[in-house]
Write a protein that binds this ligand. Structure first.
Ligand code: HEC
Length: 258
């Protein structure tokens, strides 16, 4: 009985999380293509320049990233090595954890597995959904992560967005002494984001930059995937060549029987 109760409780959890999460936000689809080396390299550049000051990717070394993405050690040294001294170093955040906790109230999480824990769609939407909010300590808020402690570090590119709300009327009723009294309640719900002050990029350019960054974060989540793709091609070539020999061998064996 106890086990059954526990199972029922566990089954009810995702439903509860959804119910308590309020209105679910629509995530934008994103097409991930890990063969796009150019996009991965651009994403790596954004990550190192704008994210590594606060977030780590502490399972990745600069030179491993360089090998996987086709960036030479010289180029890494010249362009990507702000947070470390050696190309063999791990990609650790510049900001000490204690300082971050003091400034933001939370330590910015390691981003190695973020696209696997949240999904690439979530990360892509998150990076494009910051808006101005004077009530939050950083002055920013985010549609997919309400009351987020992270400021919009790329606002100079994207510009300032503003949240637009709409009023929705809902019918409700109360029963007093057996009498049903109908009431109409008005609530403000989030409608859309509007660009208030443009940044240095157009919306299209910014989306492309965030696609590059999401590509890079997906790569971080499973670096071996690129190696697997590479090996996969050789395995297929081997199988095709082997098929020819297997066929010839089969013909040789059956020659006398036919
Ligand atoms: C100034 C410091 C700072 C910088 C720079 C920064 N972040 Fe953040 N980020 C934070 C903090 C703090 C949080 C934690 C927010 C919270 O829990 O409320 C966070 C949270 C996140 C999350 C959500 C993590 C979760 O819990 O699901 C993602 C994704 C993220 N950051 C991505 C990025 C990316 C990509 C960049 C580079 C463009 C970046 N951040 C740059 C401080 C920063």
């Amino acid at each position: 009985m106890k086990t059954l109760a526990l199972i029922l409780f566990l089954l009810s959890l995702p439903g509860y999380a959804q119910a308590s999460g309020g209105e679910s936000v629509k995530l934008d689809p994103v097409n991930i293509d890990l063969n796009d080396k150019d996009s991965l390299q651009r994403g790596a550049r954004i990550f190192v320049n704008f994210c590594l000051s606060c977030h780590s990717a502490s399972y990745m070394r600069y030179n491993r990233m360089g090998q996987d993405l086709g960036i030479s050690e010289e180029l890494i040294k010249e362009n990507l090595l702000f947070a470390a001294d050696k190309v063999g170093d791990l990609m650790k955040a510049v900001m000490p954890k204690d300082d971050a906790k003091l400034w933001f109230g939370v330590v910015p999480p390691d981003l190695s597995l973020i696209t696997r824990s949240r999904s690439p769609e979530w990360v892509y939407t998150y990076l494009r959904s910051f808006y101005r909010d004077n009530k939050s300590p950083s002055g920013w808020n985010n549609v997919v992560f309400p009351n987020v402690a992270m400021p919009h570090v790329l606002y100079e590119w994207q510009g300032d967005q503003r949240a637009v709300y709409k009023t929705v009327k809902r019918k409700s009723h109360v029963v007093i002494d057996g009498n049903r009294i109908e009431k109409e309640i008005e609530t403000e719900v989030f409608d859309r984001l509007e660009l208030e002050k443009p940044g240095s990029m157009t919306a299209k350019e910014y989306d492309k930059a965030m696609l590059n960054l999401t590509h890079f974060l997906v790569y971080l989540g499973e670096p071996a995937k690129l190696v697997r793709y590479r090996i996969g091609i050789y395995v297929l070539i081997f199988l095709v060549v082997f098929l020819v020999f297997a066929y010839l061998l089969k013909k040789e064996y059956w020659k006398d029987i036919h």
